[in-house]
Design a protein around this ligand. Structure first.
Ligand SMILES: C[S@@+](CC[C@H](N)C(=O)[O-])C[C@H]1O[C@@H](n2cnc3c(N)ncnc32)[C@H](O)[C@@H]1O
Length: 387
């Protein structure tokens, strides 16, 4: 620690202490450390035995992380910590500010005045409340036991930084399910998650139907990886999610023994998404919700002179093939008796893989129209593959 007098750091520390007092602090990232064996530190608010505290996590160059909790004397403790860093970014519900110390020792602080103005306006509680309400609007709050067991939230129900995008993804996916509830049975439901991976989504969907909608759920999750299947089986046991079954295997060989009411799939790689859609449709699923992952197949096989003005630009070729692949998937499902849509799963800033393919089984189909759609599908495929 430098133990150097700094009015700017004093100002920053009293501002952060006030943010802590108003429960408006979100995170502080401390970088450019003076200590040569350290990479950075991160400070986040925590609840320890019901008491407000902050936790500092320090990442060292030997790939270890050290934690320390601070429960009082925040301003003084932070002043000691802040002294050892060349850059400090404070993120709060009412704005962000940044402290920088140049090699020459010259210090700058930007953004603090705006935060202070909001404090003086008395707006801080309102802004914090708004921020908290954003979280409250999600179907899942973060406090659910399964989210804690899966490591999505910590013991206080706070969503871990690394899991924020996944949390938003599974919440949005459930919102898409909520939108089609009238197409599903009301009491007993069979759900398949194909290519479930670590099954964050499967646990969330099971929880939604079983604990929120109070339905009888039978959920089957399939994936190739034996270690994740073993892990998920154990988590389900610990949660008493007794009607969840995890199967290790290739979905192409998997035989659906129960009638699928809902088939879901999140980021099944490449043609695994096609296998999911075929399997669901062949077995007459009532609703299919699938967000595809990477698309390689058409990008490698496209052979279409008419579209060569696009395919000669590799970036555009990939984008066009992605759109064509998803459109062909929907057209095929349409020809098999589904009403189809392409929707947005989540903010594209979270992941570029954010298209949700939705297919809802029609009660009545027009045979002639179906035959026409099948012909159209085959014609387009032949056109793209140069046949
Ligand atoms: C990108 S991960 C997505 C996992 C999970 N759905 C999620 O969103 O977190 C893709 C998963 O698909 C699985 N997978 C790919 N092809 C498969 C196949 N033919 N049969 C079963 N699982 C498959 C992989 O093992 C992997 O766990």
């Amino acid at each position: 620690m430098r133990n150097v007098k700094s009015d700017i750091l004093d100002t920053l520390c009293s501002l952060v202490a006030l943010l802590i007092e108003k429960k408006a602090l979100k995170k502080i990232v401390l970088s450019k450390p003076d200590a040569i064996d350290e990479i950075k530190s991160v400070i986040v608010p925590k609840s320890i035995s019901g008491e407000y505290a902050i936790q500092i996590e320090t990442f060292s160059k030997d790939n270890k992380a050290y934690h320390r909790n601070i429960k009082n004397n925040f301003e003084k403790e932070l002043r000691n910590i802040f002294d050892g860093y060349g850059q400090i970014n404070v993120i709060s519900t009412v704005g962000d500010c940044q402290y920088m110390r140049a090699k020459s020792g010259k210090e700058t602080l930007i953004g603090d005045k705006k935060i202070k103005a909001k404090l003086l306006d008395g707006n801080i509680e309102a802004a914090t409340e708004n921020e908290n309400n954003k979280t409250k609007n999600y179907i899942l709050s973060g406090n659910e036991d399964f989210l804690k067991k899966l490591g999505i939230s910590d013991e206080t129900g706070r969503i871990r930084d690394k899991m924020q995008a996944k949390f938003r993804q599974i919440n949005r996916f459930i919102e898409h399910i909520e939108a089609i509830l009238d197409k599903l049975p009301k009491e007993n439901i069979n759900i398949y998650d194909l290519c479930c991976g670590k099954s964050y989504l499967s646990f969330a969907v099971y929880h939604y139907f079983k604990n929120i909608l109070k339905m009888n759920v039978h959920m089957i999750c399939v994936d190739l990886k034996s270690d994740v299947i073993e892990y998920c089986t154990n988590v389900a046991k610990r949660l008493d999610f007794n009607e969840m079954q995890f199967v290790c295997g290739d979905i192409i060989k998997y035989n659906m023994e129960l009638k699928p009411h809902l088939v879901i799939s999140l980021h099944a790689c490449d043609i695994a998404t096609d296998i999911v859609l075929n399997k669901a449709s062949e077995n007459g699923a009532d609703v299919i919700l699938s967000t595809p992952c990477c698309h390689h197949e058409l990008n490698h096989t496209i052979n279409c002179e008419t579209l060569s003005f696009v395919t000669k630009h590799s970036m555009l070729r990939q984008k066009m093939c992605d759109a064509l692949t998803d459109s062909l998937r929907l057209l095929k499902l349409e020809s098999e008796g589904y009403r189809v849509d392409a929707l947005e799963l989540i903010d594209p800033e979270d992941t570029p893989k954010n298209i949700m393919l939705r297919a809802i089984k029609k009660h009545k189909v027009n045979d002639e129209q179906q035959a026409e759609l099948k012909k159209q599908y085959e014609n387009i495929k032949n056109f793209l593959l140069g046949k």
